[in-house]
Design a protein. Structure first.
Length: 407
């Protein structure tokens, strides 16, 4: 009510003009907060054109709550569709980009500077403010450290695990995320939500495992390596929940202003690159590259990336495929972080999980530079059906938000 009185006292012409013109009253309603009814107490100035001469009380209710809710739902649906699409394209193009860059996989990850370039442009355009850049950096350090640990552990385990096992073990990401969001964000999930997430995980496992006929794939692998892959998923899940907490906390720090996505993505990726750089001796040892040969390794990788020089028969498809992957990877990371911002980290991981069987199906088809196709068993369709049922169960049983919660 005090907000309404201040609004009228500082903008008496707008209040009088709108209230005396019925056609403009909805515009006034849409320009005000929809959380609480606003009261405009009349006086002689407001009522001299009316029949009644005693003071009246006018109440303007926000009439756009339904339309605002519908717009928010449409935005979330659009964001989800973009996230799934870019996730599929990211997985497929990553595989295609590794055709020319299979000997230089680290080189594809050395483009974090792009994030900071975009962040600088947005800062110069005053989209990113000084208050956003003043967000405590310790949390970004934690994100970078955890993501670097996840990368190192995942690459170490992935070098010794059979290919089809890796995406299956990666689905433990959701389990870790549920655990961390419960502990750190104090979220509570219903039994139906937990069952829905379990069905999603089972569906992904069935869909991916249907493409393998190798039997017991882990029979010759020590238990330590699958466990290390699962631990790497824990690091990544922990980092994603911290990102969600940053968005929640920034709403208070920025006085309900929205934190720009590139602030989180740039600083998180920057600290990840820093920790990965500090661990290059370990990474080079895992790849069988002596530390002294790292400069020449990156020089050869740059030459293959640009497809420069003769005698590079294994770099066919560059630079088009690596560039497409980099662009798609940027779009995927941005859309995924936007999904975390508009919904939650768990919903974002569900969207990524939905992209897994779709990606497997596309990769089973003959593709440029990957002409060999793979036939999929009927269990693949069964896995997709289980996955979709899990998504439906989870989203249909999401608890309604408290009426006092700030949107």
């Amino acid at each position: 009510m005090s907000f309404a009185m201040a609004f009228c006292s500082t903008s008496s012409f707008r209040c009088r003009f709108a209230l005396c013109n019925p056609k403009l009253q909805p515009l006034v309603s849409m320009s005000l907060s929809s959380k609480l009814p606003l009261h405009f107490f009349g006086n002689a100035r407001f009522n001299r054109n009316h029949v009644h001469h005693h003071p009246t009380s006018l109440r303007i209710r926000a009439s756009n709550s339904t339309s605002s809710s519908g717009s928010s739902t449409n935005l979330i649906l659009l964001s989800s569709a973009v996230t799934v699409t870019t996730a599929v394209a990211n997985r497929v193009l990553y595989k295609l980009a590794l055709v020319p860059m299979k000997d230089y996989p680290f080189f594809l990850a050395q483009y974090v500077v792009i994030y900071f370039s975009i962040l600088y442009i947005r800062y110069r355009a005053r989209i990113v403010t000084d208050e956003m850049l003043a967000i405590p950096k310790l949390r970004f350090v934690a994100i970078g450290f955890l993501e670097a640990l996840g990368l190192i552990a995942g690459m170490s385990a992935g070098a010794l695990l059979p290919g089809p096992v890796i995406p299956i073990l990666n689905q433990t990401f959701l389990v870790w995320q549920l655990m961390f969001s419960t502990l750190l964000l104090r979220r509570r999930y219903t039994i139906n939500q937990l069952v829905g997430c379990l069905l999603v995980a089972v569906g992904v496992v069935v869909a991916i495992a249907s493409g393998s006929n190798t039997g017991q794939m882990l029979s010759d692998v020590q238990f330590f390596w699958p466990a290390l892959m699962i631990i790497s998923c824990a690091f990544q899940a922990w980092a994603s929940v911290i990102k969600e907490y940053i968005f929640i906390d920034s709403a208070t720090r920025l006085k309900h202003k929205s934190l720009d996505i590139f602030v989180v993505n740039s600083f998180g990726s920057g600290f990840q690159a820093l920790f990965v750089f500090l661990s290059l001796p370990l990474l080079s040892k895992l790849r069988g590259i002596p530390f002294a040969e790292l400069p020449s390794y990156f020089k050869s990788g740059a030459g293959c990336f640009l497809n420069l020089g003769a005698g590079k028969p294994n770099c066919e498809g560059a630079p088009l495929l690596p560039l497409l992957y980099i662009i798609t990877n940027l779009a995927f990371n941005i859309s995924l972080l936007n999904a975390v911002k508009t919904s939650s980290a768990v919903v974002a991981s569900l969207l990524v999980m939905l992209s897994v069987p779709i990606s497997v199906y596309i990769l089973s088809l003959p593709l440029p530079y990957l002409p060999e196709g793979t036939s999929l068993s009927p269990f693949f369709l069964l896995g997709c059906a289980i996955l979709l049922c899990g998504l439906l169960l989870y989203n249909m049983t999401r608890p309604e938000r408290n009426s006092s919660e700030v949107d």
